[in-house]
Design a protein around this ligand. Sequence first.
Ligand code: COA
Length: 223
Amino acid sequence: MSVYSILPLPSGPTPSDTIIHRYKSLRLLALQTDPRNFGSTYEQELMRTPEVWRGRIVSRSPWPDRENITFVAALPSAESGGTNGGQMVDILEDETREWVGMVGVLAPNHEGVDKNAILSFLERDKEMMDIKEKLHLVVCTTVHPDHRGRGVGKRLMEYAVKWIEDRCKALGEEGVAVLAVRMTNTNAIGLYESVGFKFWGTEKDSTVGSGEMAYRWMYRHVV
Ligand SMILES: CC(C)(COP(=O)(O)OP(=O)(O)OC[C@H]1O[C@@H](n2cnc3c(N)ncnc32)[C@H](O)[C@@H]1OP(=O)(O)O)[C@@H](O)C(=O)NCCC(=O)NCCS
């Protein structure tokens, strides 16, 4: 059995400062260790106000219309060695339980999802246009370098996809997960393919940029 617990961050309006700090630290670490793999930079993110970090965690709408989720992978407590027991928030705030990975999902009703921007270079793809209002954007996938290759990324992705599935079924809607990945990021492409994602359309239509920084969109029909 995996030692890693996969936990959702609380969606309420007041996540604790500890949770916000831990979320921010893991995101900044990812941008430092793998700067080429993400759209934003460490320097940009470092300038974000506490309200911006808080806004990435909270949801304005309750389930099932909730517009975002972040899952984190946490290690057992170094002190107790245990993985079970305790309230979710207590576990998330327990700094003896290191966070070693995360993934986020922005649902179609999230104001940060600029569907027109996503679609602007895929407009020749009719299938994509038809499911414009169903796009769930998977973001910020990362696993701490010391914990890679142990299935953490795959479990995080499985939780993200299941969340999309449950949300869409509860709303009685179709759902599609999409994400952007650098063409050079073979580890991440392997991860996404291992959980059923495919590249969207032709390379010409769905590639943005060129050289090392070129990225492509991947998708998976969930419901
Ligand atoms: C991409 C990343 C999240 C993968 O996390 P991980 O926990 O190491 O992945 P897993 O151990 O769950 O591997 C799942 C699958 O991904 C693929 N994969 C992951 N790492 C790989 C590697 N080094 N080489 C080849 N395939 C790899 C494999 O298909 C693997 O399945 P398998 O073990 O059954 O062969 C991790 O490498 C990472 O954080 N990279 C830096 C940040 C990043 O690039 N994020 C993605 C932004 S789009």
